[in-house]
Ligand binder design. Sequence first.
Ligand code: C5P
Length: 220
Amino acid sequence: PSVQDLVGKRILITGGGTREPLDPVRFIGNRSSGKQAVALAERALRRGANVTFIGAHLEVAAPSGVTLQEVSTAAEMQDAVMRLRNSMDIVIMAAAVSDFRAEDVSENKLKKDVTSEHLHLTLVKNPDILVELVKTKPQSQIIMGFAAETGEPGKSVLELGQAKIARKGCDFLVLNQVGWDQGFGTERNVVTVLDSTGDILSEVSGSKLAVADKVLDTFA
Ligand code: C5P
């Protein structure tokens, strides 16, 4: 029997990966499955929370018991988040939101130019929903971001996470090492929870359900 330590808490969780259309049949997307966010929703429900879930192209079903809103693009995710966020005690932005979208979405299917070996796409930046949430949040609301990092030359995943929470200004950041065969889409996860100063609060590896429980302990 798990503790009912989130009774009465209203939690908004986003999960999955947004898709940006190029034309009526193609999109730019990412490999987020939504499994970690769905696990968070399951455990939050179990612990007594009232959970609203915004899902983008989930590969697993959201738990029954959440209020579910499905979206596709980053713009739709932004609309849904901004509409639902006001009454929430906690917002967890676990979704992998596309950083860019196509500048022009073709009305008709793009045709290949048979004389060229290249196709050039122009992408424009999407608004950062997390940053917008933080800037305009109700006073007592707690906002948690996620960061999926692969590391980069000269910078550890931890350093990247610390820079990210400083830039985004959220209360907590769940740092997730991802790679070709790690993090996205898998059954297990390895995460580090950082506080707003970039200090490590907890480190946990295990099933996505076990990771979800440990992450939710942050709020308890
Ligand atoms: O900058 P990056 O995409 O790595 O940041 C990840 C965090 O920011 C996640 O919590 C994600 O949900 C959020 N995000 C967002 N809007 C974007 C891009 C990311 O809210 N356009």
